[in-house]
Design a protein around this ligand. Structure first.
Ligand SMILES: Nc1nc2c(c(=O)[nH]1)N[C@H]1C(S)=C(S)[C@@H](COP(=O)(O)O)O[C@H]1N2
Ligand SMILES: [Mo]
Length: 221
């Protein structure tokens, strides 16, 4: 399996640590990108609160924008690809302390999606839903309109892989990783903030890196 026999020379550490260390050199010469399907690929740790996630093909994926809008939207990957793309290179940081430096992202600004749908005056927040049926996130309308908040279709130079939340993932650059909801399928304009999955489990809704809960090493969020 991808040269993991070399694991025999690595001692100590958790299985994830060992995989991470063994895979680092393997990945750099793996043109297939298959190693990205394994845990700890590229320094990321794979997180999901559900055991499985429905996979969407390019043909059947839809991103809906609903709630307090003038024109509800149901967007295909082609629709998204046809909209202006924003590229960002930023560190990705989980609130538990791990960080991946200089990750390249691109996608459509959430601001652009909101403008296309036409936000009604009563809306003050945005709720995000996932294909996994369980994970949710939320932002205030002002936060969602920031230029560094995108519905990302590309990450590290290629399509967002399934384990990283593809085909489309929310990426909230200035906040901790838990805001960057994977397998994004629903954007809903709401009258008030609806706290997301981790926010109902004591994490801050305003998850600015360096300015919120900070590290909580005993948790997975
Ligand atoms: N749908 C969904 N999105 C999610 C999560 C999750 O469990 N489910 N975990 C969050 C957390 S806490 C982090 S740090 C990042 C991790 O992203 P990765 O799995 O691509 O490394 O995804 C975020 N988005
Ligand atoms: Mo996280």
């Amino acid at each position: 399996m991808l040269g993991l026999g070399a694991a025999g020379i690595v001692t100590g550490g958790s299985l994830a640590d060992r995989l991470g260390r063994v895979l680092a050199p393997v990945q750099s010469r793996d043109p297939t990108g298959l190693t990205g399907l394994l845990p700890a690929g590229g320094g990321f740790r794979y997180y999901s609160v559900t055991a499985s996630v429905p996979v969407r093909t390019a043909a059947d994926y839809r991103l809906t924008v609903t709630g307090l809008v003038e024109r509800p939207l149901s967007l295909t990957l082609g629709d998204l690809a046809g909209m202006p793309q924003t590229s960002l290179v930023r560190d990705f940081q989980c609130v538990t302390g791990w960080r991946v430096r200089n990750v390249a992202w691109s996608g459509v600004r959430v601001a652009q999606l909101l403008e296309t749908a036409g936000v009604l005056p009563r809306a003050s927040a945005v709720a995000f839903g996932s294909l996994d049926g369980t994970y949710t996130e939320s932002l205030t309308l002002d936060q969602a309109r920031r230029p560094d908040v995108i519905a990302a279709g590309s990450m590290q130079g290629g399509p967002v892989t399934v384990e990283h939340g593809g085909p489309v993932r929310l990426y909230v650059a200035p906040m901790y990783g838990y805001k960057s909801l994977k397998w994004l399928d629903r954007i809903e304009l709401t009258a008030a903030v609806q706290p997301g999955y981790w926010e109902r489990r004591d994490y801050d809704v305003d998850a600015w890196v360096g300015r919120s809960n900070g590290r909580q090493d005993d948790r997975t969020g």
